[in-house]
Design a protein around this ligand. Structure first.
Ligand SMILES: NC(=O)c1ccc[n+]([C@@H]2O[C@H](COP(=O)([O-])OP(=O)(O)OC[C@H]3O[C@@H](n4cnc5c(N)ncnc54)[C@H](OP(=O)(O)O)[C@@H]3O)[C@@H](O)[C@H]2O)c1
Length: 231
């Protein structure tokens, strides 16, 4: 049985990943900020080899180390999905500041801390896939509208980190995917998004299945449709 650890799994894309992976018979460890408040997640089948809900705060870089010490066995899919978009860092004029530092902490540095803590468990697994939930907004080549300083900057930093991880972890057989889920109807994506969470997650899980044993996909930035995105 495959085992996935996914962050930010209490709502939005992360919750749907947990749901679909459980349906496919995976063991899912769902890492969330407030397990007590994760009622939709906890309604999914819990128990031995099914769903485990654990506490994780992306702003605390010790959090992944504590989790790695607590969790038994290999992790086939490590999915750094938790992310944020701060309205305070959108527009030129007052974007630079603590809100932007927080965005970089959560969107870029926390995924690296997660991979650093779990690389041994991923390397010991059968599937050996790391997925980073990036965004097309982090593409410098694709930026035709400006603004979005904190979100764009932090996702571009995540992309750079993902590329380095793909090179540094290649000799351990780990495939690192940098993913854009599409524009999805979640709290973050809003009601006008083009995809449902079901559609986006099905597409992302197809890409992840293709990445199993496929080092040629490592360090690439993929649209959920499977197309490569420009950096
Ligand atoms: N929706 C889109 O169109 C879209 C497009 C491109 C990329 N993405 C990316 O996809 C990922 C998921 O987004 P979503 O649309 O599902 O957004 P969402 O519904 O707003 O969910 C965000 C998730 O991240 C968690 N999170 C935020 N800050 C955290 C922290 N400090 N520690 C732990 N967890 C934290 C949230 O937990 P709480 O519930 O505790 O706040 C929540 O589970 C994000 O990385 C986002 O940037 C989304």
């Amino acid at each position: 049985m495959f085992h996935a650890l996914i962050t930010g799994a209490n709502r939005g894309l992360g919750l749907e990943h947990a749901r679909q992976l459980l349906e496919r018979g995976w063991h899912v460890t769902a890492a969330v900020r407030d397990p007590d408040a994760a009622s939709e997640l906890k309604a999914l089948p819990q128990g031995e080899g099914k769903l485990d809900v654990v506490a994780y705060d992306a702003t605390d870089f010790e959090s992944p180390k504590r989790l790695a010490a607590e969790i038994d066995g290999p992790i086939d899919l490590l999915f750094a999905n938790a992310g944020m978009m701060s309205p305070e860092t959108r527009n030129f004029g007052a974007a630079a500041g603590d809100a932007m530092a927080l965005e970089f902490r959560v969107n870029a540095i926390a995924p690296l801390a997660l991979v650093e803590a779990f690389a041994d468990k991923v390397a010991a697994s059968e599937m050996k896939v790391v997925a980073l939930q990036s965004s097309r907004m982090g593409s410098i080549a694709d930026n035709g509208s400006g603004g979005g300083y904190g979100y764009r900057g932090s996702k571009a930093a995540l992309n750079a980190i993902g590329k380095s991880l793909s090179l540094d972890l290649a000799d351990r057989g780990i495939v690192v995917l940098i993913l854009h889920p599409g524009w999805v109807r979640t709290d973050m994506g809003g009601p006008n998004g083009q995809l449902t969470v079901q559609e986006s997650v099905e597409g992302q899980l197809d890409l992840i299945a293709r990445a199993y044993g496929n080092p040629a996909m490592s360090g690439r930035f993929f649209h959920v449709s499977g197309q490569d995105l420009p950096w």
